[in-house]
Design a protein around this ligand. Structure first.
Ligand code: HAM
Length: 427
């Protein structure tokens, strides 16, 4: 019979790989709680309209990449391609809308029907942060530095931060008029893909990867020259504060991002170590999204980081598993019963305990303890079971003097003391 395969662009994450995932996720969560950002969880499945209206009908994500289907009630549903629109919906529909400001984060799977390649999948994972109700340019700086510092804390070097300002709605409208005029005059020089975008989504032409078009675009009007005084001042203040914080950045006037909801600040963090899918983090301000979706006027800014790309970038130090504290070797019926009970007690004490349930020989059980690099072993044979005691022994290279002790089953106090001294100071 044919074996079942994963759908293209989707992957299982097996236990050995998950150690690195969990270590990275834990570090991110600690950093976020230190910045008093609170977690929010939204459904993976949403009404399609949330994304068509929220992200924009002419974006690649909405027009080409969404997993959309009708459910049994004939409602059009979509597997979320990103998290920002869902967070905006949750804020509008819940008691959160009564609070003027909140800092939220989320982590989970997203779905985009893209051509899979290294660092690009159809089911991928993002962690994102959204600052809702924050208007000051300082929140732009805080969001950018939060993303930057998390990547640095993960030990990732070789990062480039690119920033741009898309201005407010009027700035962008004025620019778009000038840009479309220019595009009309230069239409024949554009690549085919860009020609197709002239009427649908002209701003995205700025984001082209075609080197000939990039060359021609150097002559095109620049968005920065169409910013009103207020927008420009905001942008200058952000640059000044980033300089003050020693966060290096490059201004990229062609950075427009692939989602329509952005206003003012747009930014991306890329890494030379990622190959063609170089962007690890993308974000920006979206002051009109919540209002356009039926909420109150609410300025906001956020970013999302692709976890698969983080996995590629983060070093081997995140691959280490937490070691087993105690491996319980046991043989014989009464020993087995005592061993099960003891493993339950040890777990209550927050000790990472592996109970051998194989019933195989002592030597095989010791080999397994060795393979798991357990810090210590507890041995319960028939003799120990009869005396209602066990033998605990340090089980590492450092144990030159064979440190071991016999402890009675009704003396957990002695066991705790031994553990504290020998393997887990934090108990
Ligand atoms: P985005 O730039 O579309 O932004 O995605 C953010 C990050 O998700 C990318 O930089 C990349 O690391 C990862 N990513 C995107 N697509 C894939 C894929 N097919 N495979 C693997 N990784 C991928 C957003 O999604 C916005 N919601 C970010 C945001 C939050 N803006 C404001 N708040």
């Amino acid at each position: 019979m044919d074996k079942f395969k994963n759908l293209r662009g989707t992957f299982d994450i097996l236990p050995a790989k998950l150690i690195k995932w969990q270590n990275i996720e834990n570090l991110i969560k600690i950093q976020l709680s230190r910045s008093s950002v609170k977690e929010i969880r939204t459904p993976i499945l949403e009404m399609t309209e949330l994304f068509t209206r929220g992200i924009g009908e002419n974006t690649d994500v909405v027009s080409k990449e969404m997993y959309t289907f009708n459910d049994r009630g004939n409602r059009s549903c979509t597997l979320r391609p990103e998290g920002t629109a869902s967070v905006a919906r949750a804020v509008i529909n819940s008691s959160l809308s009564a609070k003027p400001q909140q800092k939220l984060w989320y982590m989970g799977p997203m779905f985009r029907y893209e051509r899979p390649q290294a660092g690009r999948q159809r089911q991928f994972h993002q962690f994102g942060v959204e600052y809702i109700g924050y208007e000051s340019y300082r929140s732009d700086v805080e969001i950018i530095s939060l993303a930057w510092d998390i990547l640095k804390k993960l030990g990732i070097n070789n990062l480039n931060l690119e920033i741009n300002s898309l201005g407010n709605t009027d700035d962008r409208f004025n620019y778009q008029q000038a840009f479309i005029n220019w595009l009309d005059k230069n239409y024949s020089y554009l690549d085919e893909d860009s020609q197709n975008r002239v009427n649908k989504n002209p701003m995205r032409i700025l984001d082209t990867k075609n080197s000939d078009t990039i060359e021609i675009l150097k002559e095109a009007p620049r968005l920065i020259d169409y910013l009103c005084d207020e927008s420009l001042e905001r942008y200058l203040k952000i640059k000044k504060q980033l300089n003050f914080l020693d966060i290096p950045f490059i201004e990229n006037y062609r950075l427009v991002r692939g989602l329509d909801y952005y206003t003012h600040t747009a930014f991306e963090i890329t890494s030379g170590s990622l190959g063609s899918q170089a962007t690890v983090c993308g974000g920006g301000r979206y002051d009109n999204l919540i209002k356009n979706m039926g909420g109150n006027e609410t300025p906001a800014i956020g970013f999302a980081i692709g976890l698969e790309r983080l996995m590629i970038l983060a070093g081997e130090e995140y691959e280490n598993d937490r070691l087993v504290d105690i491996y319980i070797v046991n043989k014989g019926e009464s020993a087995e019963n005592l061993a099960i009970e003891l493993s339950r007690q040890l777990r209550k004490l927050n000790i990472i305990t592996e109970l051998d349930i194989s019933g195989s020989s002592f030597s095989k059980q010791f080999k397994k303890a060795n393979r798991l690099k357990s810090k210590s072993v507890i041995i319960i044979g028939e003799e120990e079971a009869n005396k209602k005691e066990f033998l605990i022994r340090l089980f590492s290279d450092q144990n030159q003097d064979n440190k071991e002790e016999r402890i009675s089953f009704d003396n957990y106090f002695e066991l705790e003391k031994w553990l504290k001294i020998n393997i887990r100071e934090d108990l």
